[in-house]
Design a protein around this ligand. Sequence first.
Ligand code: ADP
Ligand code: MG
Length: 590
Amino acid sequence: MKQFKTESKKLLDLMINSIYTNKEIFLRELISNASDAIDKLSFESLTNPDIKVDQAALAIRLSFDKDARTITVSDDGIGMTEEELDKNLGTIAHSGSEQFKEENAEHQGDDMDIIGQFGVGFYSAFMVADKVRVVSRAFGADQAFAWESDGVKGYTIEPAAEGERSGADDHGTDVILYLRKSTDADDTDRFLSEWGLRDLVRKYSNYVRHPITMMVTKSRQKPKPADAGDDYKPEYEDYQELETLNSMTPIWKKRSGDVEQKDYDEFYKSTFHDFADPLRTISFHAEGTLSYDALLFIPSQAPFDLYSKDYEKGLALYTSNVLIQEKCADLLPDYYNFVRGIVDSPDVKLNISRETLQQNAQLRAIARRVEKKVTSELEDMRDKDRESFEKFFENFGRGLKFGIYSSYGSKASELADLLLFWSAKNQSMVTLKEYVDSMADGQDKVYYASGESRELVEQTPAVKGALAHGYDVLVCTEDVDEFMFQFMRSYHVDAVAGDSEHKGSEARDVELANVADANLDLATEDEKKEAERLNDENKDLFAAIKESLDDKVTDVKVSASLDADTPATVSAAGPVSLDMERRLQGQPGM
Ligand code: ADP
Ligand code: MG
């Protein structure tokens, strides 16, 4: 009996005592090793002309035995010699055991995260099995060897029995798991079924390059006997058929020109469980020091839980076609939390022992590109397909506003041009740019007003007054709007180059102002003079009104900015509107 190396023991303990709920990832790990082993053999055959293998025939086979409680993962890969079994399975992460130790010290109590985020490799088998037997025959060797362990006491290596991987070119590896007793908490029994294994393959290894096959039982109608009478009832029989469980070619690796939209739509709907086609599909690829493929979707409707606390944002993260994380939150900013999709990068390492820091830098680089891509797709939609964009905004605009609000306005430069507001003047949705482009002569601010409904806001004296002066007002009815504007303060207008016909303009910041703000000055000089005169004339009357209101108001005066059919209004003295004051009692939350 040989002992595991110290580092391996720690990881092994982690696995054996794991309460991690996603124990099902063991199959992903074993399949990814099998796939690696086939890749290694393919690679060898590319570089060594003496090695002749039929690439297309190399496969990964799954089987199970319900009574014996075993699952076998078998591959036609490069296999392992006796020494390799010892070295590779007795010691975890040959190159990086030191790093693993460091990480583990740092992540005390974070075991779940480690298991969830990174491949933990071969030992994850011990999350579900109490005994593992590996029978392997290295390519070109004529003897197979068997490695066996219960994880706790150590492991043994012996020549494999006759018949366990036999045949002249029978290279490859069988990993046989003896499943632990099923408990309520971890229902391992479900893995001992066709649907259970098919499910895991579809979920975690659907896009592994090599075929993953399983003999499945199917039922068919027996042929009708020639002498069957009128009362013949069809009879059925079971038969066995080899089924390929995975779809193999990842759709995200294909160039968008080679894929039909309906295939993207189908993929989207089946992968992300949506009934509707996506509004937009974004596919892009990078090659070089950091290479990856990405396929993103903008849904056409918000999932019912988008604005609830339970909603989890994130993109599926694959490395070399193997799923590492179903929802990698780091790949999406909060305000694009509605985006669904996949990022696949061979440079994001599956191995727990690799440097995590570097990995994060890679993830960050990918995340930046993802964000840029989504932004430019939305801009494109805004400019070329306004109807879709308005539909998009209705569903997800609130999140964009929160993006500006929760960044204290610092994200405004990126997001402001994606916002739409109801224009009181046009009675339609406008962008800030459209508002600024059609400002009245002499108007130097963007005016907005907020309240419970469009109708109510449009009836307010302040809005009617502004409209009467020829100024448009953006009507805001969401609680986040005014908070967002407070943080934004101004809207940046880019410089416009002039030409022979058009005058150019300098870049400038246009102030955003609440039209209900009492200090807002909409009146003309004449109107102001007239108001002043009236204020003087009625000084005593106004003082009496103020007094009779028990000083509940700070001032009573004639306003020059009200329109003709509004006799009086109550307005806030400070910078915060009455509506916002009311809403401040319930701060906005996502
Ligand atoms: P990793 O795959 O990240 O290297 P694992 O713990 O999953 O780490 O596997 C450890 C090593 O065992 C692999 O690097 C490989 O050399 C060897 N190995 C595991 N499974 C197989 C297999 N099916 N065929 C050949 N070698 C294997
Ligand atoms: Mg592995």
